[in-house]
Ligand binder design. Structure first.
Ligand code: HEC
Length: 164
């Protein structure tokens, strides 16, 4: 059978449209986040939001705004107030693993500081690892796109260093 060039073109066109449709369906709309947290996973984010309201908002603020505007200055007890977890704070300056450890075992233990008194409780006995990841995933999900991207880059750097 003689196949006309026109038919070949039509077949190629259909194949190309099919391939484009499949890759559109398979690729996530934004680049996958890097690290331990799952800020694009609705189940983790909604669980995390509930945990945040119940365990963290009393100090870090319902809207992640921190304890006081002056959160860089220690209070009368010599301890620092709870910093904001939104993009104005420095939570996003720390990679996932550091944030996870601070929440699980406490600031002094996570940073290997002896003689450091912190008002931040350790959640080891209160929350499971999954719940800690969920609450930090919720926090990350509230950051603007550029901050999330910078935080992904930081996680990537740490991963690259480890794999060297
Ligand atoms: C009793 C008050 C209090 C509660 C409740 C609390 N925090 Fe904190 N948190 C603090 C304080 C104070 C700091 C600053 C500690 C320091 O630097 O000494 C802090 C620091 C942090 C940091 C480090 C942030 C940074 O920028 O370095 C993380 C992460 C954190 N908290 C997560 C949480 C999470 C998640 C919860 C809830 C599960 C929570 N905190 C509940 C008081 C609290």
């Amino acid at each position: 059978m003689q196949i006309s060039p026109r038919l070949v073109l039509i077949i190629l066109l259909i194949a190309a449209i099919g391939a484009a449709a499949i890759s559109f369906l398979l690729l996530p709309s934004r680049q996958q986040t890097v690290g331990l947290f799952l800020p694009d996973n609705p189940e983790y984010v909604s669980l995390g939001k509930r945990i945040y309201r119940e365990n963290c908002s009393s100090c870090h603020g319902v809207n992640l705004e921190g304890q006081t505007a002056d959160w860089r200055t220690p209070g009368p007890d010599g301890k620092l107030p709870a910093p904001p977890h939104d993009e104005t704070g420095h939570t996003w300056h720390h990679a996932d693993e550091v944030l996870f450890n601070i929440t699980k075992i406490g600031v002094a233990e996570a940073a290997n500081l002896t003689n450091y008194e912190s008002a931040m409780p350790a959640y080891e006995e209160l929350l499971s690892d999954k719940e800690i990841i969920a609450v930090l995933s919720y926090i990350k999900s509230t950051w603007p796109e550029d901050v999330r991207k910078r935080h992904d880059d930081l996680n990537q750097q740490i991963q690259d260093q480890k794999s060297r």
